[in-house]
Design a protein around this ligand. Sequence first.
Ligand code: DGY
Length: 322
Amino acid sequence: MPGRIVVARKYPPNVVARAKAEFDALVFDKAIPMPELFQACRDHKAEAFLFSGGNNQFLDATNIAEVPPSVKIAATISVGFDHIDVAACRAKGLIVTNTPEILTGCTADTAFTLLLCAARRFGEYFRVMHEQGGWKAMGGAPLGTRVHGKRLGILGFGRIGQAVADRGRGFGMRILYHDVARKIPEQERGAEYFASFEEMLPHCDFLSLHADFNPRTAKIINARTLALLPKGAVFVNAARGGLVDEDALYDALTSGHLAAAGLDVFQQEPDFDTRFAGLSNVFITPHAGSATHETRDAMGFRALDNVAAVLGGRAPIDPLWR
Ligand code: DGY
């Protein structure tokens, strides 16, 4: 008798096919709000659901009581779990899992692409070539900021931060980082540790965020910390929009303090602050850090592996609490 699950948003066809082949799956083709998800779980007598955060999917103290008792596991198809109150899930006895490791490489690729495109003004070049009939419209290509050989500061030196450092090393960059604790030498691989985030900032030609979003890191990028970056620095965020005070970032980009920014994430998603789309020195993407066929399939498969383990009476592979 296959387990009964609800798939609460649109996932890649391979993930949906596997969900249907291995489980009695009720599948939605768009992200449904949590009350609808809980009702679907009740109707389907589901033992598990797959979801992913975003503006309308979260699990916290305000709605945890609504999770029907039949549900044993909530599997988020994401590495980030700031949409989940893990303590509330634990208090209820609801297993929650995420999909770590799998998306490290693609997210690091995205962050470094944002860095290059923002620094080298590729967004402006793209628009003039695609939409304005070519470079004659520019009156000469506007000059960007050199990347190779510069200093790359990284906030959050976990798996993704370290993978971004690897890409920076490939460009001959000097790597600086801040995290709550210093990493072992095998993880640092020559990167310079700053115990104080603020002391690192004046040394960063580029700053890339790879920290979790939590009360300690909320709006860690604000008017005060942005002012500590050297004039002409380039800022990159492929982590979480909540790390940034967006008004302060907008001011730093329009005042000329920052040369440019590459942004994949925003405080509000998908209804992001469109002021950033109007700035020629900002290169933006739609929270697409892990958005490749290979990685999104692997993330979905990992979530299904977690569900299969729990419904089969085994321990989850990626539990968020033990
Ligand atoms: C993650 O997996 O946390 C990515 O940011 C997608 O939400």
